[in-house]
Design a protein around this ligand. Structure first.
Ligand SMILES: NC(=O)c1ccc[n+]([C@@H]2O[C@H](COP(=O)([O-])OP(=O)(O)OC[C@H]3O[C@@H](n4cnc5c(N)ncnc54)[C@H](OP(=O)(O)O)[C@@H]3O)[C@@H](O)[C@H]2O)c1
Length: 219
């Protein structure tokens, strides 16, 4: 049985990833701050953790002997201009979106190496840069790309960055409302579809894998 650690496991996309992994018989180590919202399943191991405090993660993790994959899916995406973004917003955004991913990866590396495993980073929509009112989020995801690209060159692991286009979740609904833009879930990628592409990355052939993957809604 494969074991996969998933962050953001209570979110729109994370829930779909957890469901897809459980449905095919994988063991899921689900990181969440509200573990009571996780599904009750014999192959699900809840891990209570607040990713805004990355230094506490070591104490939150159970012993990890062998891990086939880590999927980093948690994020916060506050919409705020620089003039309205105090240090707390920057620190929380980078803690959840970058530092926690780096720290969890570091802690999981011995178990990932044992399995010659995979690390998937769920990034942001492809091509975003210099987005007014979104500097902390977009900047944190740029840093996440650097983390993934360095990790790929350091370790004999399959490291994939996925760039999802608009995906029908509460996060997108909130972000669109904050930008004063319409939210049309039927014109978005569906979370279950995105989860399928995450599994595609996890299920690479022995000789080649997907290092990057952009997923856009069909026009
Ligand atoms: N939806 C889109 O259109 C879209 C597009 C491109 C990229 N993405 C990326 O896809 C990923 C998932 O997004 P989503 O749309 O599924 O968002 P979501 O529904 O808001 O899920 C975000 C997840 O992150 C968790 N999280 C936030 N802060 C946390 C903290 N301090 N400690 C622990 N967990 C924390 C949330 O936990 P709670 O449930 O406790 O809040 C939730 O499980 C994110 O990395 C996002 O940047 C999304």
């Amino acid at each position: 049985m494969r074991s996969v650690l998933v962050t953001g496991s209570t979110g729109g996309i994370g829930t779909a990833i957890v469901r897809a992994l459980l449905d095919r018989g994988d063991r899921v180590l689900a990181v969440a701050r509200a573990v009571d919202r996780l599904p009750d399943h014999p192959d699900l191991v809840p891990i209570a953790a607040d990713l805004s405090r990355p230094a506490d993660l070591a104490a939150a993790l159970p012993p990890l002997d062998r891990l086939d994959a880590v999927v980093h899916c948690a994020a916060v995406a506050d919409v705020a201009a620089v003039t309205d973004s105090p240090a707390e917003l920057w620190q929380r955004t980078f803690a959840v979106n970058v530092t926690a991913a780096a720290e969890l990866t570091r802690l999981a590396l011995p178990a990932l190496r044992a399995a010659r495993g995979a690390v998937v980073f769920v990034n942001q929509a492809p091509g975003l840069r210099a987005v007014p009112q979104w500097s902390a989020y977009v900047g944190s995801k740029k840093a996440l790309t650097e983390l993934a690209d360095s990790l790929r060159r350091e370790e004999k692991l399959r490291v994939t960055t996925i760039y999802p286009g608009p995906t029908a979740t509460e996060l997108l609904a909130t972000v669109r409302a904050d930008f004063g833009a319409p939210y049309e879930p039927d014109h978005c990628v569906q979370p279950a579809t995105l989860a399928g592409y995450v599994l595609l990355a996890l299920d690479a052939a022995p000789d080649a894998y997907l290092s990057e993957l952009s997923v856009l809604p069909t026009p």
